[in-house]
Design a binder for this molecule. Structure first.
Ligand code: 5GP
Length: 191
């Protein structure tokens, strides 16, 4: 993918329940000049989620049509649903001089790295698997089967994290936000 500006693509992944949403929200609040990509998904909206803001909620057929028409920079299946990043939006942001952040799972992140080796991959990890399981249960948004599926994904994701450029341990949200800022500022200074 061509990028005519010197802006960077940051790909952030983290296990379910690790609090990466909170860390990212904290980062974005301080850096409104970064574009946060809105993904497409076939999963049903959770209470309070809005189409076009949290995700573009697509039917399985609409998602398949995007795959067939090569619209995705990356896409992957996660816990029984499909998720994908539209390439056009990312290209436009970079060319318009914006740094872009993708918040996606690891299979997709590694696809991005293959297509755009200059993308910076950052993994947000839980302090421990036990603590993560507690957080997932405490959220009360998923049933037991879904929690088990997600924990299995977490173990696979921690393996993939070894291929990332950076890992941030989310022991405390404020520390994780500072660590993320430090990494991104360091990368921005390399421009
Ligand atoms: P959730 O259903 O909890 O919103 O997201 C489940 C997983 O899908 C998370 O790990 C999230 O980062 C990931 N995800 C969200 N959007 C995308 C996307 O566009 N592509 C990929 N590969 N994963 C995504």
């Amino acid at each position: 993918m061509e990028n005519s500006s010197n802006k960077k693509l940051y790909v952030i992944s983290g296990s379910s329940g690790v609090g990466k949403g909170t860390v990212l929200k904290g980062f974005m609040a301080k850096h409104p000049d970064f574009a946060l990509s809105v993904s497409c998904t076939t999963r049903a909206p959770r209470v309070g989620e809005i189409d076009g803001i949290n995700y573009f909620f697509l039917t399985k057929e609409q998602f398949q049509e995007c795959i067939d028409n090569d619209k995705f920079l990356e896409w992957a299946e996660f816990a029984g649903n499909r998720y994908g990043t539209k390439e056009k939006y990312i290209r436009q942001c970079l060319n318009n001089g914006m740094n872009v952040i993708l918040e996606i799972e690891t299979k997709g992140a590694l696809q991005v790295k293959k297509k755009m080796p200059e993308a910076i991959l950052i993994f947000i990890a839980p302090p421990s698997l036990e603590e993560l399981e507690q957080r997932l249960r405490g959220r009360h948004t998923e049933d037991e089967e879904t929690i088990q599926k997600r924990l299995n994904e977490v173990k696979k994701e921690l393996e993939c994290a070894k291929q990332y450029d950076y890992t941030v341990i989310n022991d405390k949200v404020e520390n994780a936000i500072s660590a993320l800022e430090k990494i991104i500022t360091g990368e921005q200074e390399k421009c």
